[in-house]
Write a protein that binds this ligand. Structure first.
Ligand code: COA
Length: 596
């Protein structure tokens, strides 16, 4: 039996034994408690990595950069933990982090872990309403934010968004810690807001507190089928064990090596592979405040790899599609020394074969498509480069990762025969590191994931869920629909994801006007685009809006979104027998076929 087959077999037959052995790579305090920050930072300072670079901040958008050794990172984290303490944050309290890609974001996350507080990072591209939803659900004592973010060459003020979110929310945080960036100085609310730099100057460093393995480390909100986001909970113990294991056996990346996840700390990839996995492993992690193109050009990724000696790069296929579009021949690649570059890992959305071949042909390193979700926190299926590498095949995420009993089943839970469509489920128990529940909502956890196929966890796939993937960002069409439907002339609407050559998918809205109202289509489109940007954020990327006479529905009034999606995707989608008005669907067909 090969190494992979043996590891997989053991992980399913004896999960306690398998993960018990993996848990030895994590330092536990007596009585089986631990601290994630201790494992990610202090432990390395103690064990000889104090002067090793822990974090490289590379920011083409500001033209600045900074490195922090493990010792420097520990000192900053301990001090910020002291700031949080001083603001009344204790074990189990929540802290919302709404920050751009600056080192302070990583410091704030680790500082929470250090004192057993639960962080909830909100992606900077979300607008006030979305931030308010998360503030209400997590009920943080403190919010950590900054005066601004920078998108290519635009300065985006964060503070007005935060102030508006707090105004919209029912829950009021006691304090906000604001990092003033040189580009913008935010106005602080006396008594509530605290200046990051001033607070750090006065703070007493705080030490790591022991927490139970099952205590929550963070909450990360992700889109579900309704407008209300799901708060995915991550624990401390299983998370540390799984991520450490994944670095060695999936990513083949060892202590001391340089790992770069070109993502954002607001997404799960950023949590797991910018912050926790590389630091727990004793690697150097890269925090890149820039884009694959435009900061300043399509050679940016190769510059970062060469300059910082990156061995392993992990990003979303959309980043490579953007680079390829600007530099189809890969002319920038030859200008940089990529001799230390070993692996390109891609995930977050489907890896189209064209992008796979382009990267494979030009880079000369293995291009590894792997699959996972916010809920699992680490890969479900991958080519395990540190265990037993296999030949890669475009369109395939290779094999289930040990711990994941992946099955494809039909509608009644029976194994789907090869060559037929099915639902991807994972036999319980899930491996460590995966979500134990949704924040404050065990019932929604069970109904979302565990009831469709008893004994199994249901993965979220686009085909069975109203979730779309735009430039590697997971968005809920239901949330977008709710915003579109709030426009005064809109009677009802349906939003579906359609194919986009760069972003994979983009939302397309079909709207029916209220009886007796009229609207200029171009003006309505502009208004709806603006509304979605204001309510959800620019990242929703709504561009296509069509006014139609009616939406196809079942006799009970349910809009046939799945049918619409299927037609737009060019599938021979069966029309349900319960359709009420086939003419409405026929009228839509030509538009759906035009794909935007
Ligand atoms: N804060 C504020 N606004 C943000 C933001 C942030 N952190 N991230 C994105 N936005 C804004 C963008 O500025 C853009 O605004 P615009 O419509 O006014 O131009 C909008 O949200 C859409 O952003 P995006 O979807 O990123 O599209 P883009 O056209 O700006 O860039 C890519 C396209 C491919 C270059 C970009 O998506 C990218 O770099 N992707 C990398 C993959 C990735 O990070 N995936 C995450 C999961 S691994």
């Amino acid at each position: 039996m090969g190494r992979y087959a043996e590891a997989f077999r053991r992980s399913i037959a004896d999960p306690d034994g398998f993960w018990g052995a993996a848990a030895k790579a994590i330092e536990w305090f007596p009585d089986g408690v631990l601290n994630t920050c201790f494992n990610a930072v202090d432990r390395h300072v103690r064990d000889g990595r104090a002067e090793q670079c822990a974090l490289v901040y590379d920011s083409p958008v500001t033209g600045t950069g900074r490195t922090l050794t493990y010792r420097e990172l520990r000192d900053e984290v301990a001090r910020f933990a002291g700031v949080l303490r001083g603001l009344g944050v204790h074990h189990g309290d929540r802290v919302v982090i709404y920050l751009p890609m600056v080192p302070e974001a990583v410091v704030a996350m680790l500082a929470c872990a250090r004192i057993g507080a639960v962080h909830s990072v909100v992606f900077g591209g979300f607008a006030a309403h979305e931030l308010a939803l998360r503030i209400d659900d997590a009920a943080p004592k403190v919010v950590v934010s900054a005066s601004c973010g920078i998108e290519v060459n635009r300065v985006l003020e964060y503070k007005p968004i935060l102030d508006k979110a707090i105004q919209l929310a029912n829950h009021t945080p006691r304090h906000c810690v604001i990092l003033q960036r040189p580009q913008v100085t935010a106005e602080l609310v006396p008594g509530r807001d605290v200046d990051w730099t001033e607070a750090m100057a006065d703070a007493e460093p705080a030490d790591c507190v022991p927490v139970a393995a099952t205590d929550p480390l963070y909450i990360l909100y992700t889109s579900g089928t309704t407008a209300r986001p799901k708060g995915v909970v991550r624990d401390n113990g299983g998370h540390a064990v799984a991520l450490r294991w994944s670095m060695e056996y999936i990513y083949d990346t060892r202590p001391g090596e340089v790992y770069w996840a070109a993502s954002d700390i607001g997404w799960v990839v950023g949590h797991s592979y910018i912050v926790y996995a590389p630091l727990i492993t004793g690697c150097t992690t890269i925090l890149y405040e820039g884009k694959p193109v435009g900061t300043p050009d399509a050679g940016a990724f190769w510059r970062v790899i060469a300059e910082h000696g990156v061995k392993t790069l992990f990003t979303a296929p959309t980043a490579f599609r953007a680079i390829r579009r600007e530099d189809p021949s890969g002319s920038h690649i030859a200008r940089h020394d990529l001799s230390g570059f070993r692996y390109l890992f891609l995930a977050g959305e489907r890896l189209d074969p064209e992008t796979y071949h382009w990267a494979n042909d030009l880079l000369g390193v293995p291009v590894i498509d792997h699959w996972w979700q916010t809920e699992t926190g680490w890969p479900i299926a991958a080519n395990l480069m540190g265990l037993e590498p296999r030949p890669t095949k475009p369109g395939s995420a290779t094999v289930p990762v040990p711990g994941y009993d992946v099955r494809v089943v039909d509608g009644v839970g029976e194994p789907a025969p090869p060559g037929t469509d099915g639902e991807i489920v994972i036999g319980l128990p899930l491996p460590p590191g995966t979500l134990p529940t949704l924040w404050g909502d065990d019932e929604r956890f069970a109904s979302s994931y565990l009831t469709a196929h008893p004994g199994c966890y249901l993965t979220v796939m686009g085909r069975i869920d109203d979730v779309i993937n735009v430039a590697g960002h997971r968005l809920s069409t239901g949330a977008i629909e709710q915003v579109v439907a709030s426009h005064p002339v809109v009677a009802e609407c349906a939003v579906i994801g359609i194919h986009d050559a760069l972003k994979g998918q983009v939302p397309r809205a079909f709207v029916v006007l209220k009886a007796g109202t009229r609207a200029d289509p171009a003006q309505l489109r502009d208004e709806l685009v603006a509304l979605v940007r204001e309510q959800i954020g620019a990242v929703a990327s709504v561009k296509y809006v069509d006014v139609v006479a009616a939406l196809p529905k079942t006799r009970s009034g349910k809009i046939l979104r799945k049918t619409m999606r299927g037609i737009a995707a060019g599938r021979n989608e069966p029309v349900p027998s319960t359709i009420d008005d086939p003419a409405a669907l026929d009228a839509l067909r030509p538009m759906l076929h035009s794909d935007g």
